[in-house]
Design a protein around this ligand. Structure first.
Ligand code: PEP
Ligand code: MN
Length: 332
């Protein structure tokens, strides 16, 4: 249950009620909001008297629920807005990993040519093998920061453990939590303490319920700027890397107030399918896309098979614009 109290309620009273209900307290300029588990359906009479409003839920999807806030929350990403009243579909693009200054500069030049503003690349890579490239770490973050300064880009990059959150906050504009780390409470709690947008990727064995409950950790910890990213789940199918779960995207759009971004690159795992999938995703009227593109995919140090080359990416961007327009959206 979420219960609102007037902002002038004495803090000691709020704390007393929170303790008795085992609730988390959130405060903003005009109210206190207490959040209990969803099993609480009714308030004690003396608490109800002090409350201005209360919301009952059938599961622990609460702050993220449309039942709580009926419109999609607006999130400022650099100079761009997604969600809210905007019709933007933010195209976030870049190589899987930062590999060198030359490579990330080539990616930046491509985005500039296409009028895009959100550059994404990983510096702390959560690889499935300890023998693969693990990312450039802090040196990679410094290169991204250089691109941010030189080109004015919004930087999206991943944290792999909680000790990296501070550096990523310093150098990037959006913190990405990867599919393999979305259950990491150290990361979630560190991301809750900042107001930087957090892009949470769905684990490939994660139900939608579990996925959004991870988002609830960030929201209830005080950061309202959470974006969900569907990037494919594991099914019995082995011909493609993962299975992009568009049904769940429809569910997220219907029942949650969080902006949704789709990542066809990691779902497909092969460059040949990415453009078709990206157009299908755009047609769903989502808030953003995440596409991997590399100056020379054949020599990429991670995810080589799925990254588009620059010409393929140019063609894709051109083809996405009319699809976005057909569903009342603009690619930005
Ligand atoms: C990535 O975005 O490069 C990545 C590692 O993706 P995921 O966490 O979805 O596997
Ligand atoms: Mn990747």
């Amino acid at each position: 249950m979420i219960i609102h109290f007037p902002v002038k309620t004495p803090t000691a009273k709020i704390e007393e009620i929170a303790k008795s209900l085992e609730a988390i307290v959130l405060k903003d300029a005009d109210k206190f909001a207490l959040i209990t588990g969803s099993s609480v359906k009714k308030l004690p009479e003396e608490v109800a008297k002090l409350a201005t409003e209360s919301f009952v839920f059938d599961s622990d999807i609460q702050l993220a629920s449309k039942k709580y806030t009926s419109s999609v929350r607006e999130i400022q990403i650099g100079k761009t807005v997604i969600g809210g009243k905007s019709n933007n579909t933010l195209l976030i693009a870049g190589p899987c990993s930062v590999e060198s200054e030359e490579q990330i500069t080539q990616s930046s030049e491509l985005l500039k040519e296409l009028g895009l503003t959100a550059l994404r690349a990983g510096c702390f890579k959560p690889r499935t093998s300890p023998y693969s490239f693990q990312g450039m770490g802090i040196d990679g973050l410094k290169l991204l920061d250089k691109m941010r300064k030189n080109y004015g880009y919004t930087i999206v990059t991943e944290v792999r453990d909680a000790t990296q959150v501070k550096d990523v906050i310093d150098y990037a504009d959006v913190i990405q939590i990867g599919a393999k780390s979305m259950y990491d409470h150290g990361i979630l709690k560190a991301c809750a303490k900042t107001q930087k947008p957090v892009l949470i990727k769905r684990g490939f064995g994660t139900t939608v319920q579990e996925f959004i409950q991870c988002a609830e950790f960030v929201l209830s910890g005080g950061n309202p700027n959470v974006i969900l990213c569907e990037r494919g789940i594991r099914t019995f199918e082995t011909k493609t890397r993962f299975t992009l779960d568009l049904c769940s995207v429809a569910w997220l759009k219907e029942y949650t107030n969080l902006p949704v971004i789709l990542d066809p690159s990691h779902a497909m795992g092969y460059a040949y399918g990415v453009a078709d999938l990206a157009r299908a995703c755009t047609a769903m009227g989502v808030d953003g896309l995440l596409i991997e593109v590399h100056p020379n995919p054949a020599v990429a140090k991670s995810d080589a098979s799925q990254q588009l080359n620059h010409d393929e990416f140019r063609g894709l961007v051109k083809s996405l614009k009319p699809v976005a327009k057909a569903v009342g959206r603009t690619i930005v």
